[in-house]
Design a protein around this ligand. Structure first.
Ligand code: AMP
Length: 429
C-alpha cells in the first residue's frame, strides 16, 4: 500500500463538524464591521519577500526565522504573507487609493503563514481579521480602531478580556528613548539572555517585552518611555486615553508593551484573554505612520489591528460562548421500500429545496430505521416519510422530531405544511 500523505505540520483541517464555528465567528465579525462602515480589501497571499523584509523587518522573528520564502521558476523571491498590514500599505500606494479619497477605512480577512513552533493557539497557517485606517494622523482614528477591536470581541459576549495600551511617542521621542534604554542596558549586557543581547544591537525596544525572568528583572529598573514623551506625544496619548474613558472602554497602561521598529508611532495596544494559557493575545495593533515612506510611497499616517481568528475560537470555547450547533438540514425525506418511493423522495426534496428549505434524502438505500437514525444525527426538525400505501392516496407522513407526533399530509399541500411548521417552531423557540 502507498504511504499515507499527511497535512503539513502546524496547519489544520477545519472539518465539517467545526466549520459552523468559523462561520459563526466570521458572521459576527462582518456584522460589527458593517456597523463601522469599513470596506473590504483583498490582496494576494504571495508577495515579493522584499515587502516584508522592509516592513516587518529582518531583525524580527517573523522575517528572520519564520517566513516561508522561496524562489519561483522565474527567479523572483516570493513569500507567503506572514501578516497583512504591509500588503495593504503596498496596495494603497500601488493603486493610488489616497488620491481618490483622503482617508480609507479598510478591513481584511484571510490566512497568514509563519513557520513557528506549533502549539495550542499557535499555528503555521492561521487566520487574521484586521482593520486599518489610512490617511488620518489624529488620535480619534486610534480610538476608532481600538473600539472596533473591543466591540468585535464584546459582540461574542466575552468577559475575560483585557485591553493593554502604551505609547511609543513620535519618532524624536523614540530616538531619545532608545538611546537612553541602550545606555541603561549596556552595563547589564552580560546578565541578559542571549536573545536580548542580540536585540541590544538590532532591536533594543523588544527587550522590554522579553519573557525571560532575568531580563524582566533588569527591564523593571529601566527608564520608561512615558518619561521621555515630548508635549506632542504626551497630548496624543492623553487624548487616546480620555476618549477611551468617554467610550467606557476599560484599559491598562502597560509600559512594556512595545513594537520594535522605527515606523511605529504613538499608540500600541493588545487585547489578551485571561481565559487562555500561554498564547493569550487575541488581538494586537497600533499606529505605523512611518511605513508608507519605507515602502517607497508618499508618507501617510495609518493605524490598525489584527485579530487572530483561531485564538478567538479558543476564547469562545474557553468562555463557552458558542450557540447551539445548527442542524445540517431542516427536513429529511425517508422512503419506504424500493425504487418507486425513492424516486418520489427525490422529487419531493427537489420541491422543498426550490423553496430554500434545507432538505436531505437517503443516498445509501437504507431501511426506514436507518434513515430515521441519519435524520436524527442531522438534527432535522421534520421527517417526511414516503410510503407506498399513503402515496397511492396522494399522501405522505410528516413526523415532528421534537414531539414525535406524526400526521398525514396531502402531497399538494406538503410544501405549505412544511413551511408553516418550520416557521411555527422558529417563532416558538
Ligand atoms: P501579530 O501580527 O503578530 O501582531 O499578531 C496578531 C494576532 O494574530 C495575535 O494577537 C494572535 O491572535 C494572532 N497570531 C499571531 N501569530 C499566530 C500564530 N502563529 N497562530 C495563531 N494565531 C496567531
Amino acid at each position: 500500500m502507498n504511504q499515507r500523505i499527511q497535512r503539513v505540520r502546524g496547519m489544520q483541517d477545519v472539518l465539517p463538524g467545526e466549520v459552523w464555528k468559523w462561520r459563526y465567528v466570521e458572521q459576527g465579525l462582518m456584522h460589527i464591521t458593517a456597523a463601522f462602515g469599513y470596506q473590504e480589501i483583498r490582496t494576494p497571499v504571495l508577495e515579493l519577500a522584499e515587502l516584508f523584509i522592509r516592513s516587518v523587518g529582518e531583525t524580527t522573528d517573523i522575517v528572520g526565522k519564520e517566513m516561508y520564502v522561496f524562489e519561483d521558476r522565474g527567479g523572483d523571491i516570493l513569500s507567503l504573507r506572514p501578516e497583512m498590514t504591509a500588503s495593504i500599505v503596498r496596495a494603497v500606494i500601488e493603486n493610488h487609493l489616497l488620491q481618490q479619497q483622503p482617508i480609507a477605512r479598510l478591513w481584511y480577512y484571510g490566512p497568514m503563514f509563519r513557520r513557528e513552533r506549533p502549539q495550542k493557539g499557535r499555528y503555521r497557517q492561521f487566520h487574521q481579521y484586521g482593520a486599518e485606517v489610512v490617511g488620518s494622523p489624529h488620535p480619534e482614528s486610534d480610538v476608532e480602531i481600538i473600539s472596533m477591536a473591543w466591540q468585535l470581541l464584546q459582540h461574542f459576549g466575552l468577559s475575560q478580556l483585557e485591553l493593554r495600551i502604551n505609547t511609543l511617542g513620535n519618532s524624536e521621542t523614540q530616538q531619545r528613548y532608545r538611546a537612553a534604554l541602550v545606555a541603561y542596558l549596556e552595563p547589564h549586557k552580560d546578565q541578559l539572555s542571549p536573545e536580548s543581547q542580540a536585540r541590544l544591537v538590532t532591536n533594543p525596544l523588544r527587550i522590554l517585552d522579553s519573557k525571560n525572568e532575568q531580563d524582566r528583572a533588569i527591564v523593571e529598573q529601566a527608564p520608561k518611555i512615558v518619561d521621555f514623551l515630548d508635549d506632542e506625544s504626551r497630548a496624543f496619548f492623553d487624548t487616546v486615553l480620555s476618549l477611551l474613558d468617554r467610550l467606557s472602554i476599560p484599559y491598562v497602561v502597560d509600559p512594556y508593551l512595545v513594537r520594535g521598529l522605527d515606523y511605529y508611532r504613538h499608540t500600541a495596544f493588545e487585547i489578551v484573554s485571561t481565559a487562555l494559557g500561554a498564547q493569550n493575545a487575541v488581538c494586537g495593533g497600533g499606529r505605523y505612520d512611518g511605513l508608507a515612506a519605507l515602502l517607497g510611497g508618499k508618507p501617510f499616517p495609518a493605524v490598525g489591528f489584527a485579530l487572530g481568528v483561531e485564538r478567538l475560537l479558543l476564547v469562545l470555547e474557553a468562555e463557552d460562548r458558542f450557540p447551539a450547533k445548527p442542524p445540517v438540514a431542516q427536513v429529511y425525506i425517508a422512503a419506504v421500500g424500493e425504487a418507486p418511493m425513492r424516486e418520489v423522495a427525490l422529487m419531493l426534496a427537489s420541491r422543498l429545496r426550490a423553496e430554500h428549505i434545507p432538505t436531505t434524502v437517503d443516498l445509501l438505500r437504507r431501511s426506514v430505521k436507518g434513515q430515521l437514525r441519519e435524520a436524527n444525527r442531522y438534527g432535522v426538525r421534520l421527517v417526511v416519510i414516503v410510503g407506498e400505501q399513503e402515496w397511492q392516496q396522494g399522501m405522505v407522513i410528516v413526523k415532528d422530531m421534537a414531539s414525535g407526533e406524526q400526521k398525514l399530509v396531502a402531497e399538494a399541500t406538503l410544501v405549505q405544511e412544511v413551511v408553516r411548521r418550520l416557521r411555527q417552531e422558529t417563532n416558538e423557540s
